[in-house]
Design a binder for this molecule. Sequence first.
Ligand code: ZN
Ligand code: FE
Length: 256
Amino acid sequence: MADLQIVLLNARSDNFAVLIHDEQSGKTASIDAPEAGPIAAELKKRNWKLTDIFVTHKHFDHIDGIPALKSAFDVKVTGPEKSAAETGLYDATVADGDRFDFAGHEVQVLETPGHTLDHVSYYIAGQNLLFSADTLFALGCGRVFEGTAAMMWDSLKKLRALPDETIVYCGHEYTLANARFAVTADPENIRLSERLQEVETLRAEGKPTVPTRLDLEKQTNPFLRADDPAVAAAMNMSGRPADEVFAEVRSRKDNF
Ligand code: ZN
Ligand code: FE
């Protein structure tokens, strides 16, 4: 099985869309559709046809491009069962544990609620690829809009359990702001302070900080480290349950 080709695209002000393409079958999927224009332009440039869109959640900045892409391509939209009725945009729906085929690659659906209740992440184990959208960001996590902090912490633990070598594509370029907060939540973490500098350099050069790797996130992302004594100590919450520490980290970031 040949590797999927992957293209990271900027869309809107700080969203990412990711195209995954299988050369042999000619199939191309977009992970979310924040904006039709940049996706259509990239497809044209590469002479690819869009065959699929995998939607992570119902927020406007992840689905806005769908109607225009549907009228331009014969595309199948797959999205979370929980927001199917509300959005009215999906041709197929998925729920936790579902597995489906994309060009011979098995795609696994992981429900990761918290940011929204419908949020799913897509995992392609055979390619070590995770699309975590607005659940897990590089050095951050999504705001908890619809779920609870405990629910978000459970979702992050589910993603954290994937293999270290997993390549993570998230939904937004928020990494610099996340890094500036992260060093306050985990101040003794040397690898994190190095990473802040790396991220500053990348952004100063106008380069994306995504994708990231799960092992690096486990070492440096305070939202994946709420059960690490160092993060609990920085929150003045030593010995407290991890979901409570997580809630405190999340609320400090909201007010940072
Ligand atoms: Zn969102
Ligand atoms: Fe978003």
